[in-house]
Design a protein around this ligand. Structure first.
Ligand code: TMP
Length: 237
């Protein structure tokens, strides 16, 4: 388990307050491929659990048996004939299943739901980068998501060059169908996330993810502390 530095939580912040703040919250971590969100996801989940918070972790596409089957169709490099509309609907289908099976029950139990990607990914990849209209995506998202929208969407922002270097250094096997897209596509993905942050600064938290993992994590915890101090509540479910 990741051990947070002792000074991560300022002394004036009680663990009880942090626990109450995170309970029943729906938090999404998102960003371009290679932004380092998976590392931060692991750290944040361990950190929250260390505060006594019950954490439900989910990832997209996937996170359920049906969703994982949809994931393998979506990411299979042989499926290069897939249209962006079919792609968008498959991501949403995986999401609808995940929501009913895992996210809604966990939120109703008062747990912290930490999601690796959500609608923000579809808006960036199939929307800004893929060319679909935001309104079309949001119409389908409302069907898939219903009333369970995230309280916070944390975007780990990184320039395309740093992201590619990280992916190359990670020693992963062959890139999946989305990662194989060209640099211009990934540049648009980044711009898509930044645009969402500009349009909804109350719900989106932007973190500079070009720094080292320790600095990024410290910024992340600071951002949550700031929101807690500002008294930002999760919506009533
Ligand atoms: P992952 O690598 O974080 O597991 O995500 C899988 C890929 O799917 C990644 O390249 C982003 C992409 N993606 C979309 O294009 N649209 C979506 O709605 C989601 C959730 C992911």
């Amino acid at each position: 388990m990741f051990e947070p530095p002792n000074d991560t939580i300022p002394p004036e912040t009680s663990i009880e307050a942090m626990r109450a703040f995170l309970a029943g919250r729906f938090v999404v971590f998102d960003g371009p491929d290679g932004c380092g969100k998976s590392t931060q996801f692991r750290r944040f989940a361990d950190w929250a659990a260390a505060q006594g918070v019950v954490v439900t972790e989910v990832r997209e596409p996937g996170g359920t048996s049906i969703g994982e089957q949809i994931r393998s169709v979506l990411l299979d490099p042989r499926n290069d004939a897939m249209t962006v509309r079919a792609e968008m609907l498959l991501y949403m289908a995986s999401r609808a299943q995940l929501l009913e099976e895992r996210i809604r029950p966990a939120l109703l139990r008062g747990e912290l739901v930490l999601a690796d990607r959500f609608v923000s990914s579809t808006l960036a990849y199939q929307g800004t980068a893929g060319g679909m209209l935001r309104d079309e995506i949001m119409d389908v998202a409302r069907v898939a998501v219903g009333d369970m929208w995230p309280d916070e969407i944390v975007i780990f922002d990184v320039d395309t060059e740093t992201a590619w270097k990280r992916m190359a250094a990670s020693g992963r096997a062959a890139p999946d169908r989305m990662e194989q897209k060209d640099a211009a596509f990934h540049q648009r993905v980044r711009e898509g996330y930044l645009q969402q942050c500009r349009e909804d600064p109350a719900r989106y938290v932007t973190i500079d993810a070009s720094r080292n993992p320790e600095t990024v994590f410290a910024r992340l915890v600071e951002a949550f502390m700031a929101r807690m101090k500002a008294g930002i509540r999760p919506r009533t479910r």
